[in-house]
Write a protein that binds this ligand. Structure first.
Ligand code: ARG
Length: 639
């Protein structure tokens, strides 16, 4: 099934080609959801732009268009209305919407509510999470991990081929001091790694760092270890391997608890690119360095690229065809992308160039997304601009440019509006934060169980399960429901509230709908009730029989919103704005509550009406479940 907007577009294009002929093919019908109910459900502003283009009154164009459209769209829309200077207001027929809803196939394990996958799927690399080895994950990694994971889920759901890449920081110069320290502190680790566990990796990192600063002899050894690591000396490699493995032991449980998709197979850390850096840098220097034939002259309009030595470092400079530097420092001086330091070491940017080489030329990505904090914006702008200037984004075997996007996000703030810290002033550890969220969720459930008016009689096992789902879901939802680019204030109280745009509110709405089924089953009035109603992990069921009718305004609004889910997903996938989905789900849950207040379900006047409303309940529950699933949030059957 195609989205409402797509179906309207098809009709408008048909009408446009009837009145304009071939010229119509390039015209976007500009179908948008109406800004206000009083203008209908959707509107088209196509006549406004056409007016200018054809030098006619937009209203006259709209009138001609509507004459052709009315019979074409008679099945789907009420007669069109022209407003003001030439806006076309679109009202959907409830019978048409009901038929669309009726056509949605039954739910099941891979339920997609009848939504069609993207007709022209992309191969998308999503680079996310990327913790730095030997340091614990902290809240800074939270956003990358859960935003990236949700984007990966959304794109995969849309039918794109998603390649997750966990570009872990496993190759920095910090390894020199870590390895030197490890060799001193627990040499036995080198011969028998199973013997030792670094319980506190961060303390280990701090100690190594301290020695590196205070003890010149140690610092010397640390530098030698970097050289040994990079040249592949075996005992150093082994120590490195051991430290990386220990780090995984710290972050993998966090992934599991967060329920993110990342596995070992998705890990391709900085070390993977290490032995490609020298060749890459040499090639660039040869092609674009001093005395080089300057490679191929840039295609018109493209920046030119040169590789120059500056204070011993090797730098990439990009200039406009007029010779103006594209990136400038604070004093207007050209800003280089440094690819090799004066001591010969390669940098973060060098590795990112090598990674893009790999992702474009070997993984054959159509789109590469980097989910990292906003402070890295300039880094990615420079890396992307370099790669574009190198011509990599227009591979010979493709006619479309590879899309490179930095999916930037803001910081997590404490209630004091400063970067979230512990009371002692250190970074908040992710594992501890998740633990606290679950603990607080559990306390809330226990408090309501202790209240005779609210008591639900959950078993101990249920309490644990609900607390885990709610606690983790709340943390994820609070993050994903933000405008990604902004900073946000982390508040357990807000994110765990049962009211407002929170995970608990949506999870509760889901559980409430499912309880209607359960009640219907015990009363024996729900037709074709799904047998899985008691099973927490079963898909929301479907209800056979009984056509959907949308008579009451609340039924109509609910039905329309269910049908709009696919449009929301399209927009979220295109713009990488997950909060479009959270806003939608929150709106849908609110619409459902209004529907439920006004339209009796189990006690509907007729069995037909009851069946219709039960199906609306079912579709709403499935939409909530799929939507939350795309955020990596699991629902529970009772709450
Ligand atoms: N490890 C880096 C950090 O913690 C993030 C890496 C992001 N990915 C990349 N390809 N640069 O800041």
């Amino acid at each position: 099934m195609k989205s409402i907007a797509t179906q309207l577009e098809v009709l408008f294009k048909q009408a446009l080609s009837q009145i304009l002929g071939d010229e119509a093919s390039s015209i976007d019908p500009l179908i948008r959801v109406a800004t206000d109910d009083k203008f209908g459900d959707y509107q088209s502003n196509v006549a406004m732009g056409l007016g200018k283009r054809l030098n006619q009154k937009p209203r006259d164009i709209a009138t001609r268009l509507v004459e052709v459209l009315n019979p074409l769209a008679a099945d789907m829309c009420q007669p069109f209305e022209i407003a003001g200077p030439g806006f076309i207001n679109i009202r959907l027929k409830p019978e048409w919407m009901a038929r669309q809803l009726d056509a949605i196939p039954a739910g099941g394990p891979d339920d997609r509510l009848g939504m069609e996958p993207a007709p022209d799927p992309d191969r998308v690399v999503v680079d996310y999470s990327c913790p730095n080895i030997a340091k614990q994950m902290h809240v800074g990694h939270l956003r990358s991990t859960i935003i990236g994971d949700s984007i990966a889920r959304i794109l995969a759901f849309q039918g794109h081929e998603v390649i997750r890449q966990n570009h872990i920081g496993d190759w920095g110069t910090q390894f020199g001091m870590l390895i030197a320290h490890l060799k001193d502190q627990c040499p036995e680790a080198l011969t028998d790694p199973g013997q030792v566990h670094l319980e506190d990796l961060e303390a280990f990192y701090r100690e190594a760092n301290k020695r590196d600063k205070e003890d010149p002899a140690f610092a010397e050894r640390a530098r030698a270890e970097v050289v040994a690591l990079h040249s592949g000396q075996s005992d150093t490699r082994q120590a490195w391997q051991y430290i990386v493995e220990e780090s995984r032991r710290h972050y993998e449980p966090v992934y599991r608890r967060l329920g993110v998709l990342l596995t070992r197979e998705d890990e391709r850390g900085e070390s993977f690119y290490a032995d490609r850096l020298e060749r890459l840098v040499n090639n660039l220097a040869k092609q674009y360095g001093p005395g080089a034939s300057a490679g191929t002259p840039p295609a018109s309009g493209l920046p030119s690229i040169t590789v120059e030595e500056s204070e011993g470092a090797l730098c990439v400079f990009l200039r406009t065809p007029e010779g103006e530097p594209i990136f400038k420092g604070p004093e207007g001086n050209p800003l280089p992308l440094i690819i090799r330091k004066s001591d010969g070491a390669f940098l973060y940017a060098t590795t990112d160039l090598a990674a893009l080489d790999f992702r474009i030329h070997e993984l054959k990505a159509d789109r590469v997304l980097y989910v990292t904090g906003a402070p890295q914006a300039l880094h990615f702008q420079m890396v992307f601009a370099t790669v574009r200037a190198l011509g990599w984004t227009i591979p010979e075997d493709k006619n479309e440019e590879v899309r490179l996007e930095h999916v930037a996000f803001g910081s997590v703030l404490g209630e004091d509006r400063k970067i979230l810290k512990t009371r002692a002033g250190s970074n908040v550890k992710l594992a501890e934060l998740l633990e606290e969220a679950v603990r607080r969720a559990e306390a809330l459930i226990r408090a309501s169980e202790a209240d005779p008016d609210k008591r639900r009689g959950f078993s101990e096992e249920e309490i644990q399960d609900i607390a885990e789902a709610v606690g983790i879901g709340a943390v994820k939802y609070a993050d994903l429901s933000q405008n990604r680019q902004s900073d946000y204030v982390f508040s357990f109280d807000k994110m765990l509230a049962l009211e407002g745009n929170t995970a608990p509110y949506l999870m509760y709405a889901y559980a409430r709908i499912r309880s209607i089924y359960r009640k219907g089953a015990t009363e024996g009035v729900a037709p074709g009730l799904p047998s899985d109603a008691q099973d927490a992990h079963a898909p929301a069921g479907n209800l056979a029989g009984g056509a959907i009718t949308l008579d009451e305004p609340q039924e109509r609004t609910l039905g329309k919103q269910i049908l709009q889910f696919s449009e929301i997903l399209d927009a979220a996938a295109e713009n990488l704005k997950i909060n479009l989905i959270t806003d939608y789900l929150y709106g849908l849950a609110g619409t459902f509550m209004k529907f439920y207040e006004n339209c009796p379900v189990l006690s509907a006047d007729t069995p037909e009406k009851r069946a219709s409303r039960l199906r609306l309940c079912d579709l709403t529950a499935r939409t909530l479940k799929i939507g939350l699933g795309l955020l990596g949030i699991r629902v529970v059957e009772r709450m």
